[in-house]
Design a protein around this ligand. Sequence first.
Ligand code: NAP
Length: 295
Amino acid sequence: MADLLLGKGVVDRIAADLGPRIEALKSAGVQPTLALVRMGERSDDLSYERTACKRAESLGIAVRSIVLDAAASQGELEAALHTASNDAGIHGCLLFRPLPAHIDDARACAALAASKDIDGITLDSLASVFTDGSTGFPPATAAACMEMLACYDVPLEGKHVAVVGRSLVVGKPVSMMLLAKNATVTMCHSRTDDLAGVCRAADIVICATGRARMFGADYFSPGQTVLDVGINFDDEGNLCGDVDFDAAEPVVAAITPVPRGIGTVTTSVTMAHVVEAAEHLLAALSGGASEGENR
Ligand code: NAP
């Protein structure tokens, strides 16, 4: 039977680390604050907003919701992001995406200051991921994968990791972050030949395709660690990952379930980035590092 890599272990570890740091910020007169910028009332966004508010409250992080009409203009959205970027009382800002079709996603992302970009959506943040730089933050889901691997002491140096999916939210950034830890990374996608064979040959497989239960037993081999990033719904409306858990679990050594896996860690990583941004602002105000450099 495979070890279950539960998100709760990572969530608890992050909470234990953040507790004293949040207290120290509050003692210095800083209330760490997250801004959630939302256009319209998409049920996915509202559901994530509820989860984020609950997690923030439990940690002592304040949340401000900035809600625009779904029909708001590009200019109105960019103005809201500029305002959040310039508000000293906001330390991190999360823009809910996908945005409505009439909004230019790249221009919207560019309107956010990298110092408050806790989910790696600005080009400055992404450049840092690719250059081991210190501006902004990596995408929270990619960082959550790294936290999961670190928390469960999964060795990375010299190990072969197959990352399936090449989005800017998960696949590409997590590949770079693994590379920075001296893993050997194979980035896979929908045109990869013999995907099952590539996955079977890896020590670690990270599945981020958005294809419900597409990874069956033939994608895995004994001894592997599997991270399932997928958040999908099957034909019966049940929440499931990219991995066919029942088929993979008897084969591999360790696996994250869906739900109770990576998804829960992503929210905690978002909160950790808010705290880090607040610490950085405090240090900048006290004459330390320049604002924008967070890591
Ligand atoms: P995305 O932008 O749609 O990217 C999907 C990637 O998977 C693409 O690179 C695509 O390849 C690849 N892919 C699709 N079908 C494939 C196949 N049959 N074989 C091999 N590769 C295939 O999705 P995403 O935003 O990265 O999200 C991926 C999954 O993670 C989704 O289920 C999403 O809900 C979940 N997610 C979870 C969290 C979390 O907190 N846990 C956060 C974000 C996303 P091509 O590039 O060739 O098209």
